[in-house]
Design a protein around this ligand. Sequence first.
Ligand code: NIG
Ligand code: FE
Length: 412
Amino acid sequence: MTTLFTNIKELIQIRDAGITKVSGSEMAVLPTIQNAFLVIENDLIVDFGSMVDLPEINPDNIVDVSGKMILPTWCDSHTHLVYAGNRIQEFVDRINGLSYEQIAQRGGGILNSANKLNQTSEDDLYEQSKERLEEIMHLGTAAVEIKSGYGLTIEGELKMLRVIQRLKKACPIAIKATFLGAHAIPALYKNNREEYIDLIINEMLPTIAKEKLADFIDVFCETGYFTVSETEQIMQAGISFGLQPKIHVNQFTAIGGIQAGVNNNALSVDHLEVLTPADIAALVKSETMPVALPSCSYYLSIPYTPAREIINAGLALALASDYNPGSTPSGNMNFVVATACIKMKMTPEEAINAVTINGAYAMNLSNTHGSITIGKKANFIVTKPIASYAQLPYSFGSNLIENVFIEGKIIS
Ligand code: NIG
Ligand code: FE
């Protein structure tokens, strides 16, 4: 089936095939065509251009989108959207003065979510997670990475990864699974952390690899969680099972996790709220994508990742949601774009590049996602009538999405 979209006010993020990411000053450039057409055939983009060059074709459908813009769907390269229940009580506790760290130290935080998850059946977890996935699809996301890490037991971690596998099969959105057994040391291993790390490496990983349940390996490399040398040990074990690292680093403290990630060919290093000149220097010589999570900074009132420093150093930057129950209970990538512009001083062009082409890179999805490119998936957002694409972050609380197409089909 062929569908032709006509009179597109502006067709945004058009790229030739083979461009996998944009870095430094290239991030300020967002290629577009005004008054454009777009042709899709089944699940793929097959042609686009200026209306004056519209070829003679016989499509099955013609959709006139006068006044509206079309841009690629969001690529959210960092989420924990498979979780059980919520942490609303911790939210209220923080309002009343406790810090995120204090809540974690008294056994809340990640361990609270792990308790809840281990008491929830796989089917129930699947239903709760599917609802969140459907919500983000309506908000314009059509590729997402989802982590385990709220099990912290063999059964719990496998349950999470099996739920992710079921979501992959049931939903049109592209999903990548990341094994994050090293999210926190469970209470049971508080005085015996080597034993938990041994469990991750020698019991969880082999089973996960055998059942092909994960694409990537993650570690929360942070003071009070996993040290740099533990992170290296776990990344290397993951690599030996074919899982490329994508790691949590520099959220609260800079302890050398970025250098470790780069040395182990990490696909991405995520958070980076605290960044040293040595961290930036390590990234400059690498193919590792820095990923910022502005909704997490917003929700926890912690510093924003210094996007300008990163981009001015010539680096690429991706933005993701971090959707999770404790530090970012939102998977809204429209809010991510707006917050990046408003709080991190990224231009609309930089922010849109960061959540499309660079987000796809951070999930190894560059060949199929992240831009309007012939041969890529017909995944795109049709906006409501808007004045310019800068209105997307400008009208930050409004939903400016009229329709979302995933693999050529409208999400209703
Ligand atoms: O990316 N920083 C580590 N993990 C998550 C939050 C986990 C939680 O609080 O449940 C994050 O922010
Ligand atoms: Fe995270």
